[in-house]
Design a protein around this ligand. Structure first.
Ligand code: RFL
Ligand code: PHB
Length: 389
């Protein structure tokens, strides 16, 4: 098989890139090792920046998001037993869209199917070859039969554990990492959200987050230890612990119910540089990971593929390599700012194993300053709604 751009991975990065390139008349094939249903069942992100919303609109796939998504004008920070609102719209003129990653993925997959574009699910043993040459290739197995995809470029959109980043020689690749000493235990339930907006809570017992997927479906998280297992957390234990970390009003009004999904995610910050090697480009989680505290992961995948699609369009349209030569630097400038914001919010909101009473007072004092300073709230708000791209 031959294509212009071989995309590895059908997560949000790969699927959105496929649509952006299709709009510009550039041919793609996506290779995904999982099944379509497996990809659709992964419960992950929930908050889209305006820039991500704009990209879904630009590829003509925003209609359901505008119908079913929830526009949030602000968020709440809870500490010391009280909630404080940060008004994004007033502070920045912008809002965010609460719309699940599973729905974004479904809309993008439907768009790809409707356009008749090729996605190979269940592609096993995907391997990248000759990425620094004029003729890069990807090999894989489909139903036990060896296959080869010849292309002009490879887009590595295969997440943190995929093969693309490994195809960049270690002598070229520089990585930066921080692993946090805790995880998030997430629960999805068919219950109305406790509040109209998200609540990020700093509590002596650990962080908690009240999020949602719709007015009848809630997503809650609590900070947990890394050695804990989902099976140790019955629904009752989860709800009890969540309530203890919220303010009295939220704790007394929250509607609980059976969990329909429960999982623990570790938290890490990670950046790989450069994001391009020869004909291979990394985009999304294959190049960087942020802790979910700032809701940035999916949005960074979107800004990466926006830059990459523009660069490739410039290459095919104007025969200029300027865009692809600048891709890594352009994308990384935005990546690092989101890495910083996510790290800062994580440090501010979580309890660390070595947190002393002094450290906790420092967090509360910073939060108290934050919610009483328009300048500080604006800093949070403009990062949360997303820096321009
Ligand atoms: P993905 O989504 O991991 O997709 C990568 C795809 O590549 C496939 N793949 C392979 N394909 C072929 N061959 C191989 N060998 C392959 N290996 C892997 C995988 O099966 C998969 O389909 O990466 P992508 O596209 O870069 O998207 C990134 C986002 O998924 C991620 O950043 C977000 O989910 C992060 N995230 C959040 N981001 C936000 O912007 N807002 C949020 O509110 C938010 N909340 C979250 C999150 C992530 C979480 N977890 C579980 C990590 C909440 C959580 C709990
Ligand atoms: C979510 O709804 O899953 C979610 C929302 C905000 C975050 C992280 C996750 O910061």
């Amino acid at each position: 098989m031959r294509t212009q751009v071989a995309i590895i991975g059908s997560g949000p990065a790969g699927l959105l890139l496929g649509q952006l390139l299709h709009k510009r008349g550039i041919d793609t094939v996506i290779l995904e090792n999982r099944t379509k249903d497996y990809v659709l069942a992964r419960v992950r992100a929930g908050v889209l920046e305006q820039g991500t919303v704009d990209l879904l609109d630009a590829v003509g796939l925003g209609a359901r998001m505008h119908r079913e998504g929830l526009v949030h004008d602000g968020t709440e920070l809870c500490f010391d037993g009280r909630r404080h609102r940060i008004d994004f719209r007033e502070l920045t003129g912008k809002t965010v869209m609460v719309y699940g990653q599973t729905e974004v993925t479904r809309d993008l997959m439907d768009g790809r199917d409707a356009a008749g574009l090729t996605t190979v699910y269940g592609a096993e043993g995907v391997a990248l070859h000759d990425v620094a040459s004029e003729r890069p290739r990807v090999t894989y197995m489909k139903n036990g039969v060896p296959q080869e995809l010849v292309c002009d470029f490879i887009a590595g959109c295969d997440g943190f554990h995929g093969p693309s980043r490994q195809a960049i020689p270690s002598s070229v690749l520089k990585t930066y990492e921080r692993v946090y000493p805790f995880g998030w235990l997430g629960v999805l339930s068919e219950t109305p959200p406790v509040s109209d907006e998200l609540i990020y809570a700093n509590h002596e017992r650990g962080f908690a987050l009240c999020s949602m997927r719709s007015m009848t479906r809630s997503r809650y998280y609590i900070q947990c230890r890394l050695d804990e297992k989902e099976s140790e957390w019955s629904d009752d234990r989860f709800w009890d612990e969540l309530k203890r970390r919220l303010d009295d009003e939220a704790a007394s009004t929250i509607v609980t119910g059976p969990s329909i999904e429960k999982s623990i995610a570790p938290l890490r910050s990670f950046v790989a540089e450069p994001m391009r090697h020869g004909k291979l480009f990394l985009a999304g989680d294959s190049a960087h990971i942020v802790p979910p505290t700032g809701a940035k992961g999916l949005n960074l995948a979107a800004s990466d593929v926006h830059y990459l699609a523009n660069a490739l369009a410039e290459f095919y349209g104007e025969k200029s390599s300027a865009g692809i030569d600048a891709y890594s630097q352009t994308a990384l400038a935005r990546v690092w700012k989101s890495v910083r914001f996510s790290w800062w919010m994580t440090m501010l909101m979580h309890r660390f194993p070595d947190t002393q009473p002094f450290d906790y007072q420092m967090q509360v004092s910073e939060l108290d300053y934050l919610v009483n300073s328009k300048a500080a709230m604006t800093v949070l708000a403009e990062n949360y709604v997303g820096l321009p791209f």
